[in-house]
Every structure is written in structure tokens, then in C-alpha cells.
Design a binder for this molecule. Structure first.
Ligand SMILES: *[C@@H]1O[C@H](CO)[C@@H](O)[C@H](O)[C@H]1NC(C)=O
Ligand SMILES: *[C@@H]1O[C@H](CO)[C@@H](O)[C@H](O)[C@H]1NC(C)=O
Ligand SMILES: *[C@@H]1O[C@H](CO)[C@@H](O)[C@H](O)[C@H]1NC(C)=O
Ligand SMILES: *[C@@H]1O[C@H](CO)[C@@H](O)[C@H](O)[C@H]1NC(C)=O
Ligand SMILES: *[C@@H]1O[C@H](CO)[C@@H](O)[C@H](O)[C@H]1NC(C)=O
Ligand SMILES: *[C@@H]1O[C@H](CO)[C@@H](O)[C@H](O)[C@H]1NC(C)=O
Ligand SMILES: *[C@@H]1O[C@H](CO)[C@@H](O)[C@H](O)[C@H]1NC(C)=O
Ligand SMILES: *[C@@H]1O[C@H](CO)[C@@H](O)[C@H](O)[C@H]1NC(C)=O
Ligand SMILES: *[C@@H]1O[C@H](CO)[C@@H](O)[C@H](O)[C@H]1NC(C)=O
Ligand SMILES: *[C@@H]1O[C@H](CO)[C@@H](O)[C@H](O)[C@H]1NC(C)=O
Ligand SMILES: *[C@@H]1O[C@H](CO)[C@@H](O)[C@H](O)[C@H]1NC(C)=O
Ligand SMILES: *[C@@H]1O[C@H](CO)[C@@H](O)[C@H](O)[C@H]1NC(C)=O
Length: 670
């Protein structure tokens, strides 16, 4: 009798509880407005079998038939998270990772006292982190990253005695880091990066006994880096990039960091020297101090580390023939190295030949923007995996070694702004993966090797500002991938432009300025459909301006100045609706100014000075005043806006001729 009563009441309890879980799940489902894969199709209010909801997709239950796990991650669900989910009183794992839930995180989650794992990351939740999540004392994992959360980092997070992973990154959190987080004695990973946090890092965080990874990259944090971080044997990764930290690194920075794998300190206001003790952080793989104000020499001890990546760009580091390059010599012992960035420092002295003995695994080497002299070591060809080699803006002299042709994986080769002399080595044609080749601003001579036409992936070619002579090989115009720029300006190139130029249909910028090109401006240029900038100024081009140029619908700037062009300005130019700058000055153009140019609302600069133009100047658009219009040095222009102070036009044959009409008249008279 008693037993029956107990059993009955137990059953009643169970079914009540069961009803609660079922209802909570159905309420959860009701919050879902879009279920593109039909993942929740199995979730129906079918009361036929006991605890049937335990078999619903994403649901797991305890032996007693209570929901312990709700994992609907990556189901593509949209909607809001129903507060009723907190009625799943036995829930331990709630995983909504990678859906499109929006709206607020319900306060009610604080009721889930058994919750151990909460992942709402990679959704679109907005609003603040609820003030009452503090209930679940057993929470070990809280992933709220990649949402649109606003407001502050709540202090109660510090009161979670079991928290191991806390990720709040990529939200829009503001305010300061609460010092209470220093009570997270079990935390191993703390990620607050990519928010708008301000203030200092509370010192206490640098004493968390189990902390392995701490990341506050991309906030607005200030103050000094708490010294304690360099005293944490547990610490493996510290990322403070892109904040406003200042001060110096402690002299013993690496002495007590045996497990440190990476230090990302780039983009702050750190100063002082790089501590030699970092060489004692023997597991260090990435040392990134770029974009700060570090001074002095790079200590040789840094070269003792077997780093993957050394990023020291944009500091004030020094080296000379008397010292400062030993670290590089010592790095030659490290096979793991794949990247060295030393650009934008004050490194001087001769280029160390040891760069040729760096790891053959090296993929990126940048020494640009220093004061390095000497020659490019011929042995550089042994860095066969190099993809990026940037030696631009130094004082390098001598020839480009033909060994460079062995760097068959190169994507980018920047040698601009040096004092390199001699020819463009024909071995360069072996660099068939090259996307970006910039040899500008050197003293290279000889002619352009036709074999450069082999560089079929090239998107940018800059040979400007050298002493290159001879014709442009027609092979160069077969570089069908050229899309960013072909800049051959400022050389002593001559001859006619090959008709093949019309094959460059992807090219946005062509600059042939300041050479000795002769012959016509090729009509085929009209086929270069992607051109936005065309600079042919400062050559010896003759003939008339081809009307085909008007087919270049995307052209923003056309410079034909300082040539020997003659004839009329083609009226078709007035149909180039995107043109902003047109420079036809210093030629021998004649006839009128095409009236169509006045209707080009985009045109803000028109220079037709020093030609032989005559006739009526239009009134509107760029002609309205002298701001963007220069017509000085023409023989007989008249009319125009009063501001231009031109003589009035004499009426010809009873018409108030526009330039266009005038042109017709002239042709008719011939
Ligand atoms: C589920 O069905 C039961 C029994 O028919 C009903 O009492 C309950 O209100 C339903 N729940 C929902 C969320 O529709
Ligand atoms: C939560 O979902 C993500 C994405 O599917 C998965 O990687 C993770 O392992 C899940 N968490 C748990 C505790 O199952
Ligand atoms: C927290 O976890 C411990 C150990 O797993 C367990 O004994 C305790 O009941 C849990 N507390 C809650 C509120 O679930
Ligand atoms: C850490 O917790 C202790 C007791 O649990 C409390 O007294 C102290 O105020 C907390 N510290 C911070 C910074 O919140
Ligand atoms: C570093 O750790 C040692 C021993 O754990 C301790 O005595 C010292 O005060 C710590 N120094 C700093 C700056 O935290
Ligand atoms: C340094 O700053 C430049 C320019 O803002 C940026 O492109 C680069 O990624 C930064 N480097 C590092 C290592 O932070
Ligand atoms: C590095 O460690 C060695 C051996 O533990 C020690 O002798 C040396 O002083 C340390 N160097 C620095 C710069 O801390
Ligand atoms: C750098 O390398 C040289 C030559 O191998 C060696 O004598 C020197 O001890 C190394 N320096 C450090 C700090 O490891
Ligand atoms: C190119 O320059 C080098 C070094 O300045 C010089 O020796 C050589 O004669 C020049 N070659 C040509 C073709 O001008
Ligand atoms: C080519 O290089 C010169 C000199 O380095 C530079 O001024 C010019 O802008 C570059 N051309 C392009 C298209 O980037
Ligand atoms: C300029 O625009 C006006 C008004 O749209 C139009 O009447 C005129 O014909 C245009 N002039 C030329 C030369 O296209
Ligand atoms: C010149 O004309 C342009 C375009 O009509 C106008 O924006 C600008 O204010 C004028 N400048 C002067 C000095 O009148």
C-alpha cells in the first residue's frame, strides 16, 4: 500500500518533470524562426512514449530521463533563445555554437545550477552579458565569443570557482577588465580580444596560477604590461597586440617563462631594449614586437631561440658593421624559422651574408626600409621556399644576383629604392609564381628581357625609375594576369608601343611616362578595358589622340602631356563619364575644345595648356572657373566663363559656335 503510494507519487513527479523538460524544449524550438536543414523536425509534442524527447536531435538525457545536454551546434538555426531553456533543471551542456541566434542572452540561464558548459559563440546575440549568470557554480567553459555583445565584462565572472575557459572575444564589450577576474584560480584560457576594453590589465591577472593563454589583442588598453606575466611558469601565450601599452620589458623577461610559446606585443607604445633574457624562454616560437619603439640592437640571445616567426618591424632597432647582426647569424641554426620581419628599423651596415644560410624553410624575409648597404648575397637562391622577399628602400648596390632565379616559390619580390645596377637578370623569368615584381628606383640598365613574359601570374610590374633602354618587348604585353599596374615610367625606353598592348585587358594602371617612346599612341589601348590610370606623358608620341580611348569606360585619369601630339581633341573624350583628370598640356593639339567635356560631371582637372587650340571654350562643368581648368598658352581660345577672362568669340557664319561646331567648320573648310 505504502509502496504503491510512493511509486505513484514518484511516477507523478517523474511525469511532471518530464513534462517540464518537454515543454522547455518545445519552447526552445518555438524560439527558432528558421531551421533550414530541418534539424528540429524530430522535435514534436508526442507524449506517446516516456521521455521520447531524449531521442530528439541534439538532446541527451540522464538515466533518469532528464535532459543533460542540448547541443544544436552548427544546425544553421535562426531565432531567439527562449528563457524557458532554463527550465531544463538538469542541463549540464548547452551548445548553440555556430548558429544565427540573435537577441538577448536570457537572464534565466543563471538558474541552471548544474550547467558546466555554456557555448553561445558564433551567433548574433546582442545586449549585455546577463548579470545573473553567477548561479552555475560548476561552469568550467563559457564561450560567448563572436557575437554582438555590448556592455561591460561582469565582475561576477570572477566568482566562478571552476572556470577553465572563458572567451568573450569579437564582441563590442566596453569598460575595464574587472579585477575580480583575478579570483579565477582555475582559469587556463582567458580571451577578451577584439572588443573596446579600456584601462589597465589588473595586476592580479598576472598571478593566476593556471593561466596558459591570455589574449586582449585589439582593445584600447593602456598602462604597463604587468610584470607578473613574465613570472608565470604556466603561461604559454600572451597576446597584447594593438593596444596602447607603454613602458619597457623587464630585464629578466624570459628568465622564468619556460613554457612560453608566443609573445604578441605588436602595435603598442613599448620602448627600451629587447631583453637578452628572452633567449631563456627556450620554447618561444613567435616573438612579435613589431610596431613599437624598441631601441638598441637585437640581442644575439634572441638568435638562440628556435623561432618560427620573428616580427620586429617598425621599431628603432639598430645594427652596423660593428655589431647588431649576430642574432641573425645565430638564427641560422634554427630550421623551424619561416618568417623574419625586420623592416622599418635603423639597421645599417653591410647585408649579412648569413641570410643565405637561414633555414631553407623560410617563407618570408623583410628587411625593407633600413640602411643596409652591400650586395644581395648570391647565395640567397638557397632559400628555396621564400614566398616574400622585401629588401626595398635600403642602400643595396651591385647587381641583382642571378641566383635569385632559384627562388621558384616567390610571390613577391621588392627591391625598389636601392642602388642596384646592371641588368634585370634574365633568370628572373624562372620566378613563375611571382605576383608582384618591383625593381623601381634603382640604377638598372640594359634592356628589359623578353623572357619576363614567362611571369604569367604577375599582377604588378614596376620597373620605373631605372636606366633601362631599348624597346619594350612585345612579350611583356602578353602578361595576361597583369591587373594592378605596369609601371615602366622614368627609364630611357624607346621605339613604338607594340600593338599587343591591347591584350592587357585586366590592367588598371599603365604608366609609360618619361621615356622616349615614339610613333602613335596605339589605338589598341582602347581594348584595355580595365584601365583606370593611363600615363603616357613625357614621351615623343606623335600623331593624333586615338578616339578609341573613349572606350575606356573606367578611366579616371589620362595624361598625354608633353608629347608631340597633333590634331584635334576627339569629341568622344567627352563621353568618358568616369574621367576625373585629363592632361593634354604641352602638345601640338589644334582645333576647338570639345563641348562634350563640359557635361562630364566627374572631370575635376583638365589641362590643355601649351597647345594650339582655338575657338569657343564651353561654360559648364570643369570649365566653370579656373580651379580645375588650365588653358594657358593656346593661340586663340575665346569665350568661356567670365572668370577665365578670355576675349569674346567673334561669331562665325552667324553661329555662336561651340568648340564642337567649330571643329566641324574647320574640317569642312579643309
Ligand atoms: C504538449 O502536449 C501536452 C499534452 O497534450 C500539453 O499538455 C502541453 O501543453 C503541450 N506542450 C506544448 C509546448 O505544446
Ligand atoms: C559544441 O559544438 C562545437 C561545434 O560543433 C563542437 O566543436 C564542440 O565540441 C561542442 N562542445 C561539446 C562540449 O560537445
Ligand atoms: C558540481 O560538481 C560536483 C562534482 O562533479 C558535484 O558533486 C556537484 O553536485 C556539482 N554541483 C552542482 C550544483 O551541480
Ligand atoms: C576574491 O574573492 C575573495 C573571497 O572569495 C574576495 O574577498 C575578494 O574580494 C575577491 N577579489 C576580488 C578582486 O574580487
Ligand atoms: C616572481 O615569482 C617569485 C616566486 O614565485 C616571487 O617571489 C616574485 O615576487 C615574483 N615576482 C613578480 C614580479 O611577480
Ligand atoms: C604593423 O603595422 C602594420 C601597419 O599598420 C600592419 O600592417 C602590420 O600587420 C603590423 N605588424 C604586426 C606584426 O603587428
Ligand atoms: C639564462 O639562463 C641561464 C641558465 O639558467 C643563466 O645562467 C643566465 O643568466 C640566464 N640569462 C638571462 C639573460 O637571464
Ligand atoms: C651565436 O653564435 C655564435 C657562433 O655560433 C656562438 O659563438 C655564440 O655563442 C652564439 N650566441 C648566443 C647568444 O647563442
Ligand atoms: C650598366 O651598368 C653597369 C654598372 O654601372 C656598367 O658596368 C655597364 O656598362 C652598364 N651597361 C650598360 C649596357 O649600360
Ligand atoms: C612604382 O615605383 C615608383 C617608385 O618606387 C613609385 O613612385 C610608383 O608609385 C610605383 N608605381 C606603382 C603603380 O605602384
Ligand atoms: C550637355 O548636356 C545638356 C543637358 O543635358 C545637353 O542639352 C547638351 O546637348 C549636352 N552637350 C553635349 C555636347 O553633349
Ligand atoms: C569652381 O567650379 C567648381 C565646379 O563648378 C566649384 O565647385 C568651385 O567652387 C568653383 N571655384 C571657384 C573658386 O569658383
Amino acid at each position: 500500500m505504502v509502496a504503491t503510494v510512493v511509486l505513484l507519487s514518484l511516477l507523478r513527479l517523474l511525469s511532471a518533470a518530464e513534462g517540464t523538460d518537454r515543454d522547455a524544449l518545445l519552447a526552445f524550438k518555438a524560439g527558432v524562426t528558421s531551421d533550414p536543414t530541418g534539424a528540429l523536425r524530430s522535435w514534436t509534442n508526442d507524449t506517446g512514449t516516456a521521455a521520447s524527447f531524449c531521442r530528439w536531435a541534439g538532446v541527451s538525457c540522464s538515466a533518469a530521463g532528464r535532459v543533460t545536454t542540448l547541443d544544436v551546434s552548427s544546425y544553421g538555426l535562426e531565432g531567439t533563445l527562449s528563457p524557458a531553456v532554463a527550465d531544463l533543471a538538469y542541463l549540464e551542456f548547452l551548445n548553440l555554437t555556430n548558429n544565427a541566434f540573435s537577441g538577448a542572452i536570457p537572464d534565466s540561464l543563471g538558474k541552471l545550477t548544474r550547467l558546466r558548459y555554456l557555448s553561445l559563440c558564433d551567433n548574433s546575440f546582442s545586449g549585455g552579458i546577463p548579470g545573473t549568470l553567477g548561479g552555475p557554480a560548476n561552469l568550467t567553459v563559457v564561450y560567448l565569443n563572436n557575437n554582438g555583445l555590448t556592455g561591460g565584462v561582469p565582475a561576477w565572472l570572477g566568482a566562478m570557482p571552476a572556470l577553465v575557459y572563458l572567451t568573450l572575444y569579437q564582441n563590442a564589450l566596453t569598460g575595464t577588465i574587472p579585477p575580480e577576474l583575478a579570483n579565477l584560480t582555475t582559469i587556463q584560457q582567458l580571451r577578451l580580444d577584439q572588443n573596446f576594453l579600456e584601462g589597465v590589465i589588473p595586476d592580479g591577472l598576472a598571478r593566476l596560477p593556471r593561466l596558459q593563454f591570455f589574449n586582449v589583442y585589439g582593445n584600447r588598453l593602456t598602462g604597463e604590461i604587468p610584470r607578473g606575466f613574465f613570472n608565470m611558469s604556466s603561461l604559454q601565450g600572451l597576446s597584447l597586440t594593438k593596444n596602447a601599452f607603454h613602458g619597457e620589458l623587464p630585464p629578466d623577461a624570459g628568465a622564468r617563462s619556460p613554457n612560453l610559446l608566443y609573445l604578441y606585443f605588436g602595435g603598442n607604445r613599448l620602448s627600451g631594449t629587447i631583453p637578452a633574457s628572452l633567449g631563456n624562454a627556450t620554447k618561444l616560437q613567435v616573438l612579435s614586437l613589431a610596431n613599437n619603439s624598441f631601441t638598441g640592437q637585437v640581442p644575439p640571445e634572441v638568435g638562440r631561440l628556435c623561432l618560427n616567426s620573428l616580427q620586429l618591424s617598425n621599431n628603432e632597432l639598430t645594427a652596423s658593421d660593428a655589431g647588431g647582426w649576430e642574432f641573425l647569424d645565430n638564427l641560422t641554426n634554427c630550421d623551424a624559422l619561416y618568417e623574419i620581419q625586420l623592416d622599418g628599423n635603423n639597421l645599417g651596415g653591410a647585408m649579412p651574408t648569413s641570410i643565405a644560410r637561414l633555414s631553407p624553410q623560410l617563407q618570408g624575409l623583410s628587411l625593407a626600409g633600413n640602411r643596409i648597404s652591400g650586395v644581395i648575397p648570391p647565395g640567397i637562391g638557397s632559400l628555396v621556399k621564400l614566398q616574400t622577399l622585401d629588401l626595398g628602400h635600403n642602400l643595396l648596390a651591385g647587381a641583382i644576383p642571378s641566383g635569385i632565379g632559384k627562388l621558384k616559390n616567390l610571390r613577391m619580390l621588392q627591391l625598389k629604392g636601392n642602388e642596384l645596377a646592371g641588368p634585370v637578370p634574365s633568370a628572373m623569368s624562372d620566378l613563375t609564381q611571382l605576383l608582384n615584381l618591383d625593381l623601381s628606383g634603382n640604377s638598372l640598365n640594359g634592356s628589359i628581357p623578353p623572357s619576363l613574359g614567362n611571369l604569367q601570374r604577375l599582377t604588378l610590374l614596376n620597373l620605373s625609375g631605372n636606366g633601362l633602354v631599348g624597346n619594350v618587348p612585345s612579350e611583356l604585353f602578353g602578361l595576361s594576369a597583369l591587373s594592378l599596374a605596369m609601371d615602366l615610367s622614368g627609364n630611357q625606353l624607346d621605339g613604338v608601343i607594340p600593338r599587343e598592348v591591347g591584350q592587357l585587358v585586366k590592367l588598371a594602371l599603365m604608366a609609360l611616362s618619361g621615356n622616349r617612346f615614339t610613333g602613335d599612341v596605339p589605338a589598341e589601348l582602347g581594348s584595355c578595358q580595365s584601365l583606370e590610370f593611363l600615363n603616357l606623358d613625357g614621351n615623343l608620341f606623335t600623331g593624333s589622340i586615338p578616339s578609341s580611348l573613349s572606350r575606356l569606360k573606367g578611366l579616371r585619369s589620362l595624361n598625354l602631356s608633353s608629347n608631340r601630339l597633333s590634331g584635334a581633341i576627339p569629341p568622344e573624350l567627352g563621353q568618358m563619364s568616369g574621367l576625373q583628370e585629363l592632361d593634354l598640356s604641352r602638345n601640338d593639339l589644334s582645333g576647338g575644345v570639345p563641348a562634350g567635356l563640359e557635361n562630364m560631371t566627374s572631370l575635376i582637372e583638365l589641362d590643355v595648356s601649351d597647345n594650339n587650340l582655338d575657338g569657343n571654350v564651353p561654360l559648364h562643368g570643369v570649365f566653370a572657373n579656373a580651379t580645375g581648368f588650365n588653358m594657358a598658352g593656346n593661340s586663340a581660345l575665346c569665350g568661356g566663363a567670365p572668370q577665365l577672362q578670355l576675349p569674346p568669340c567673334r561669331s562665325i557664319a552667324g553661329s555662336d559656335s561651340t568648340g564642337g561646331d567649330h571643329l566641324l567648320l574647320k574640317i569642312a573648310l579643309r
